[in-house]
Design a protein around this ligand. Structure first.
Ligand code: NAD
Ligand code: WQD
Length: 352
């Protein structure tokens, strides 16, 4: 019997490409749609570079289509062509700061895009979807660790975070309207790192907004110093604490949740945290990265970044209980694999 066909939206991006690798290693057939708004494809190449490397690493085919999920006609053509069993929905714009400058673009892309996708799925009788959500939906934590019962949508300070929350709400309504729907929302904490081969990883455009790729570029000499945003937080050393999760653990979590959602009797909306349950401060991460790269890294303590919180870390017991997934890699693995990727690919996926 052939294994299910999975449609992956945004599969050329950071989390998507690592999950495509994991899906292929588990023998699923993978169709990717991505409009390449945040993924690199060499001129004349058939595939975005991340997926070309995934094909090389797995010896399997990725069925890639350059499609915007907001385009109902093109998406319909994909669903007419393949017999899709389940969708994994990664496609979104994700830069927090940019979302405050161009909120309409974010709402259109992330919310309209998701709703077009859901409509086309419904038209084709495809009712199973795994959604890339974010711990950002919890807003300012009322308690820690954050479990899935924590209120959502209160204190989401930026349009990006709100778009992730609104889409979850749309999905809940859809599941209430029709018991055929089965939707798993995976709330990621802070995904970092790269595949242990150093062949695929995170390739931010311009100066990175997030901590780990920023530190990696300081270590490689591309950026002069790290600025640590805030040293007066209520944490063990005053710097912000987050639940960093290795990208390979995160991808494995997707495949575990997929096995669960593909069971014929699985229905309804459920959200699950994907995190390690452990929090590390900015200085903890810096120390671990210094170990990985073998040198001291320069930094300045600067004022807090607006919108940041003291601490965020997951209670991930529901994922363990429901689909038997737990994170296995620690902060040192995350830093080592980021550093390997950075050294092997100083220009990311671009050849120069
Ligand atoms: P990414 O930008 O690397 O990947 C997203 C991919 O989607 C890109 O390849 C982009 O080209 C594509 N895309 C965007 N809009 C599209 C559209 N309209 N049609 C088709 N393709 C489109 O981002 P990522 O870090 O891999 O994030 C993937 C998902 O995970 C996003 O939904 C994001 O909100 C969520 N998420 C990410 C993080 C994180 O820190 N990386 C944390 C929590 C949640
Ligand atoms: C981590 C810590 C910073 C950069 C963001 C999004 C969130 C989610 C994941 C998608 C914080 C500090 C950072 C720097 C620093 N994305 N920092 N200097 O803010 O927890 O989460 O990415 O859903 O929605 O908001 O991650 O990596 O930006 O920051 O001191 O140059 O590092 O203040 O304490 P964050 P981050």
């Amino acid at each position: 019997m052939s294994l299910p066909v999975i449609l992956v939206t945004g599969g050329a991006g950071y989390v998507g490409s690592h999950t495509v690798l994991e899906l292929l290693n588990n023998n699923y057939t993978v169709v990717v749609v991505d409009n390449l708004v945040n993924a690199h494809k060499d001129k004349g190449a058939d595939l975005p570079e991340a997926l070309r490397r995934v094909e090389r690493m797995t010896g399997r085919t990725v069925y890639f289509h350059s499609v915007d999920i907001q385009n109902k006609e093109e998406l319909t053509r994909i669903f007419n062509h393949y017999k899709i069993d389940c969708v994994m929905h990664f496609a979104a714009l994700k830069a927090v700061g940019e979302s405050c400058q161009i909120p309409l673009t974010y709402y259109q892309n992330n919310i309209t895009g998701s709703s077009v996708l859901l409509e086309v799925m419904k038209n084709h009788g495809v009712y199973k979807l795994v959604y890339s959500s974010s711990a950002t939906v919890y807003g300012i934590p009322q308690y820690l660790p954050l479990d899935e019962k924590h209120p959502t949508g209160q204190g989401c300070t930026n349009p990006y975070g709100k778009s992730k929350y609104f889409v979850e709400e749309i999905m809940k309504d859809l599941c209430s309207s029709d018991p055929l729907w089965a939707i798993i929302s995976l709330r990621y904490f802070n995904p970092v790192g790269a595949h242990e081969s150093g062949e695929i990883g995170e390739d931010p455009l311009g100066i990175p907004n997030n901590l780990m790729p920023f530190i990696a570029q300081v270590a490689s000499g591309k950026l002069p110093r790290l600025q640590i945003f805030g040293s007066d937080y209520n944490t063990h050393d005053g710097t912000g604490v987050r639940d960093y999760i290795h990208i390979s653990d995160l991808s494995a979590g997707h495949v575990s949740s997929l096995k669960c959602i593909l069971k014929p009797d699985y229905t309804g909306f459920m959200a699950f945290n994907l995190g390690t349950g452990k929090g590390y401060s900015v200085l903890d991460v810096l120390k671990s990265f210094e170990k990985a790269c073998g040198k001291k890294l320069p930094y300045d303590l600067v004022p807090r970044r607006p919108g940041d919180i003291d601490s965020s870390y997951a209670d991930a017991t529901l994922s363990k209980k429901t689909f038997n997934w737990t994170a296995t890699k620690g902060i040192d693995d995350m830093c080592q694999d980021t550093w390997l990727w950075q050294q092997k690919n100083p220009n990311g996926f671009k050849s120069q």
